[in-house]
Design a protein around this ligand. Structure first.
Ligand SMILES: [Zn+2]
Length: 309
């Protein structure tokens, strides 16, 4: 492979609440990029792109929110209040991670009824029981240290296994569990009438994904399934808002496919996952957010190819 490859374009920076279709909002990059650090290291100095994204959907009844993070409670509330004075009626979860569920108790207290898979509930309980619920997020600019030992978990009130359809306030939302991709149980939220897909962390736009507890091989297959949705707008779990329609998913699938193929080739040549990961180059993605994740992602890929999930 040539050393110098043409870089794909940088993602456009988005910040704040964006109305993607009438009364359907994506809350993008609320902390201004503080979520882009790992173990105290700034992964991206552009100050944009790695934060968790959330959703707000207005209905004829109360609003529906998608995911939450206690660390950006204030930023979320500020944007939310500009849209509506009502409190959330429903809260839907794309997966169990701290940066998508840690403010559940706050919204439950406001009367929101939450939905997630049974595995989301179990994974939250497992991480809390293992004492890693807060500590695994430590060392980032968006600090969690002050929450250690102080916050519990508040798992979804309503759980399901595979799919559930919610009809509320004139909206229809399908929560579809897509299995082990970014986490053990990822869910996409599909609005069939408006053709909007909230993809959670199964899709990050021009942002290196976090694959730590994922299953990349299954993830690639699952993206084929997501590509079949006739989406007008896809909202990623992290990264800026992509242009309309689902071309962006193909771009992300190509990233994971190249990661797989290059890691497999490196493994054959180098022998061990660590050596292989060090030699994997994803230079055309150097302008994507969180570029330093290439090594850890290749390492996870190599271990997976060796049969370890
Ligand atoms: Zn996330």
């Amino acid at each position: 492979m040539a050393r110098r490859v043409k870089a794909l374009p940088s993602p456009a920076q988005t910040k704040g609440f964006v109305e993607t279709l009438p009364d359907i909002f994506a809350a993008i990059n609320l902390s201004g990029g503080k979520g882009t650090t790992l173990a105290g290291r700034t992964l991206d100095k552009r100050g944009s792109g790695g934060d968790t994204n959330f959703g707000v959907i207005l209905t004829k009844d109360k609003p529906i929110i998608i995911d939450n993070d206690i660390r950006v409670r204030k930023e979320f509330a500020t944007g939310f209040r500009r849209i509506t004075r009502k409190s959330p009626g429903l809260m839907l979860h794309t997966h169990h991670n701290f940066d998508h569920t840690s403010d559940n108790a706050h919204f439950h207290k406001q009367g929101a009824v939450s939905f997630g898979t049974e595995t989301v509930r179990r994974e939250m309980e497992r991480e809390f029981g293992a004492g890693i619920w807060v500590s695994q997020m430590a060392g980032r600019l968006l600090e969690v240290e002050k929450f250690d030992g102080k916050i519990g978990i508040d798992p979804p009130v309503v759980t399901f296994e595979n799919e559930t359809t919610i009809r509320y306030g004139g909206r229809t939302l399908e929560m579809i569990a897509i299995g082990h991709c970014h986490t053990k149980s990822d869910t996409v939220i599909w609005m069939p009438e408006e053709k909007v897909l909230f993809a959670g962390d199964a899709f990050t736009y021009r942002t290196q994904p976090v694959v730590r507890i994922g299953n990349i091989l299954n993830w690639i297959d699952t993206l084929n399934r997501l590509l079949k949705f006739p989406a007008r707008q896809i909202i990623p779990g992290h990264g800026p808002l992509p242009p309309r329609e689902n071309k962006c998913l193909g771009e992300f699938k190509t990233y994971l496919t190249r990661l797989r193929d290059r890691t497999a080739a490196a493994l054959r040549k180098e022998g061990t996952p660590v050596k292989a990961a060090k030699s994997v180059r994803m230079d055309e993605y150097r302008n994507w957010f969180r570029a330093p994740l290439v090594y850890v992602n290749a390492l996870k890929m190599a271990r997976e190819l060796r049969g370890k999930i």
